[in-house]
Design a protein around this ligand. Structure first.
Ligand code: FES
Length: 136
């Protein structure tokens, strides 16, 4: 029953993803993919006074990778960079629920690409940061 509810959430987010799109002149532009299936995701983020004001994503992927990319955008939006950086895999999987145990790589695609973008931005002393071609 719980599994069915989570499956419905994933399918709904796949059909109607939240935060889909691109931000112009973003502070962070990061993309990457899973070479074993070819799925790709790109995140753009607007950051002001250290707060992630907006984040959007584009890409092509399986239902789980698209839905989980939507979910991570919701998790980081409104947080400051340090808080977003601290979101752990455990926090992320708590949010996703337990459906994804057999599709962990799909679920982590967006999470890992977005986190690498945030970490690079911080290392880059909060200057606009573009990273392409992360391999997950
Ligand atoms: Fe490629 Fe899911 S099948 S990320």
């Amino acid at each position: 029953m719980v599994g069915e509810i989570y499956t419905e959430i994933i399918l709904d987010l796949y059909k109607n993803p939240v935060n889909k799109g691109n931000i112009t002149k973003p502070e962070i532009d990061v993309s990457g993919g899973n070479p074993s299936c070819g799925d790709q995701v790109e995140f753009t983020m607007r950051i002001k006074d250290d707060v992630i004001e907006d984040v959007k994503f584009t890409g092509s992927g399986c239902a789980i990778s698209v839905a989980s990319s939507s979910i991570i955008t919701e998790m980081v939006k409104g947080r400051n960079v340090q808080q977003a950086k601290k979101i752990s895999r455990e926090d992320f999987f708590d949010e996703l629920g337990n459906i994804i145990q057999t599709r962990i790589k799909c679920a982590l695609l967006g999470f890992m690409v977005l986190k690498q973008g945030i970490e690079a931005y911080e290392k880059n002393e909060s200057k606009p940061t573009i990273i392409k071609g992360i391999v997950i």
